[in-house]
Design a protein around this ligand. Structure first.
Ligand SMILES: C[S@@+](CC[C@H](N)C(=O)[O-])C[C@H]1O[C@@H](n2cnc3c(N)ncnc32)[C@H](O)[C@@H]1O
Length: 203
């Protein structure tokens, strides 16, 4: 039985996202894959154009069950570090044996990551309605060192709220980041959803 959570996840209201991801974890991969979840591969491909050394550590922020990690591995990234707030999603990522480290954290405390620890950060399908708040974008930009790269996606639900794109524009217009890549394409094609994939370089 699939399709139980995709409708619900975009309508969390004030509920803790950990509750839905705890219940969804066991069927997440099959449900999103059945809809042709394309954003991880698009993000990984976009990022690979700008990272010459695939040995570099990559922070897979909001790694979930590891579908984003699998896509990064498929592009040749080998040192992946997954962080997520859902221990149930992380347990499934662990089963895939593709991460060097996996860390669960409480969103109220913030992730145990020091500034500049990761030169490259991915947040695939993470920031937006049904997952991490827009303030996560500021958090990740703050963690990056100068010249660091952030690949991330906003799906149609996030793009329907102009504050998401405005956030990106605010950084680029203020000279805090340079937009290296932006492409609108399939997200969950079977559910009729698309996403923007971005690669930003912090200045
Ligand atoms: C749609 S899933 C994407 C997972 C994975 N990146 C992928 O592409 O399949 C969203 C993930 O974001 C995580 N998440 C939700 N709120 C978060 C937050 N504030 N900080 C970090 N991760 C969060 C969820 O637990 C979930 O694993």
């Amino acid at each position: 039985m699939t399709d139980k959570f995709l409708d619900k996840v975009y309508d969390l209201g004030g509920n803790d996202p950990r509750d839905i991801y705890a219940k969804w974890s066991g069927t997440y991969d099959s449900e999103v894959s059945s809809h042709g979840y394309a954003t991880p591969a698009r993000c990984a491909k976009a990022l690979s154009q700008f990272v010459p050394d695939l040995i570099e550590d990559v922070l897979d922020y909001g790694c979930g069950t590891g579908l984003s990690g699998e896509a990064l591995r498929a592009e040749g990234f080998v040192n992946l570090h997954g962080f997520d707030i859902s221990k149930e999603m992380l347990a499934l990522a662990d089963d895939k044996s593709i991460y060097s480290t996996l860390t669960c954290f409480d969103p109220e405390d913030g992730p145990p990551i020091s500034k500049g620890q990761f030169q490259t950060i991915a947040a695939v399908g993470v920031i937006g309605v049904g997952a991490a708040p827009l303030s996560t974008f500021d958090l990740l930009m703050d963690l990056l060192p100068p010249e660091g790269l952030l690949v991330f996606s906003f799906n149609d639900h996030a793009l329907a709220d102009p504050t998401f794109e405005k956030k990106v524009n605010d950084y680029t217009e203020a000279g805090q980041a340079r937009l290296l890549f932006k492409e609108y394409g399939d997200h969950l094609a079977g559910a009729g959803l698309k996403s923007n994939v971005y690669v930003l370089k912090k200045t």
